[in-house]
Design a protein around this ligand. Sequence first.
Ligand code: ADP
Length: 266
Amino acid sequence: MKEHALLSDVTRIYPGGAGRPPVHALGPVDLSLREGEFFGVVGPSGCGKSTLLEVLAGLAVPSEGVVRFEDREIHGEVPAGIGVVFQDDASFPWLSVADNVAFGLRRAGLPREEIRQRVDYALRFMGLGDFRDAYPAQLSGGMRQRVCIARTLVLRPRLILLDEPFGALDAQTRLLMGDELLRLWRETGATVLLITHALDEAAMLSDRIAVMSARPGKLIEILDTGWPRERDSRIAGEDDFGHITGHLWKLLRGESLKSLGMEAAS
Ligand code: ADP
């Protein structure tokens, strides 16, 4: 498979100030995303997962190293072709569902008719067709998160970066939203990078999973799940699923204890 995005020897150090020391949050990290894959990233809290996503999105500049997307260097701005979905609910409460989804296209100055068509498609795709005039406060948490995904989908990204997108949802809704995400990934052909603290989510959704160490986050292993492209949450019942989550937890347990300031007893 072709390389789609690359982090090469990337570190990110947040500068100190006002008596605070600098924070070495990430790296050095080398990572090559393959075109069209679903790539999961897990790691203990505070290990630098969001920092990794921000650097890859062009929202943060690496302190060292190079970030590339489709053979171009990324430096301090989100390139066309990359879409980001953030944690929890980041919809605009004062805009209707349709206006939330149209927001980025209007800002980009696209013709009205094209905006209408793209918004209609994204709303139907995410099962929001009947809610176009509703406001976020009238929707469930799962539906609000669908609005956020539709808002990114409408931009037709070739690389979709998601930072704990289902963190605020209950376990069953999370699994079902995972199915939606797999469908979106298959039907758009986009490359997906998903940051999550939930090992079951990573194990179910990903072709490959990177496990990060305690801060400063480095990649300690990249695991191939071997799942077929046609899959859904029912794979959570398979033996391999248990093996994958078991292996992830074995790698992560010690790192999680370190990030809590406790060392592993064995
Ligand atoms: P994660 O997403 O894995 O929880 P983050 O990438 O959010 O981790 O943060 C990694 C580390 O960098 C944490 O220790 C966090 O406190 C620190 N950090 C994040 N943002 C800043 C900032 N703007 N200034 C200083 N330190 C930061």
